[in-house]
Design a protein around this ligand. Sequence first.
Ligand SMILES: [Fe+2]
Length: 332
Amino acid sequence: MIPEPLRTVLTPGFKALSFITKPVFGDFAAPLRAEDPEHIRFNFAALADVHVDWRSYRWRRLSTALRDMEHSYTPIDALVTLGDTTDHGEPDHWEMAEWIFMHHKPAKELIFAIGNHDTWTHEEEAGRKFQDLFIEYSEKICNRKLDKVYFYTEVKGYPFVSLGSESDCLNADISDEQLKWFEETMEKAAATGKPIFVLCHQALNQTHGLPKTFDRKEDYKTMDEGGIGDASDKVRAIMKKYKNVFYMSGHSHMGLNGKYTQKKKGYCTIEHDGSLHLFNLPCFMFWNHHGIKWCGLGFQFEVYDDKVVVRPRSYASRLWYSMYRQEIALEK
Ligand SMILES: [Fe+2]
């Protein structure tokens, strides 16, 4: 993350460099604006692993990113966080998140998926479940009434299906009841005729280089380490029944990487399986591994009638990672 005063000094240099290298790297210093503002239908930002707690550098880093979104030339319809919104799911961590979002309006709607860190509150010992805290603060911060940690919502008619762990484990604990709900809900989402955005903190098992790209580990013990867990095959099979499904995860803290890593190592931040598109976002708050390591990264999704443009951005440094941009045609 580039500090504000330094960014002011560096911006003219970035713009000049971006102008010269545009044919190779894209316009990385372009402002936060849709590529085609006239025809965009839906515009949302996604961050993973925000890890808010009481430490000031964390709320400062998040505030910087939210300010960038607030200043977007194209209004942002939704901001999604893909779990581990809090560092430990404690009430004071949620209060801090509430305080930050009270002071910023990055998007018209906020959607928080649950992550393993959000399930690790010590309040459990006093009989207050992590589910209660997640539901309470989803209503306070996102203004969304939930009854479970998994839920369905629509923004401007675009469907979001959020899966969530039902116990405090490292993988996601997806019950049979949740899987049944997921099957029914995907049918409902598909009926909108729009691309379907599935949110889950953990990636499908063995995608994006898992398990070896999980949390720097090379000595992984099981093949589902860092992934969604036992429900992986069933979740994938349900999604494969539909077209234009965008599955978004975080959790592994894998840095941003692209075609070169795909060719050399066989994995990548954005992977495709027919009409199922898989995104594993870098950790926003901390440094990453296995790719571009900086903190402050997230993705901007621009939805048009016939395509979705995915644009990785450092919201903290206000620069695009244009080389990793992808344009995904929507199947009719
Ligand atoms: Fe996590």
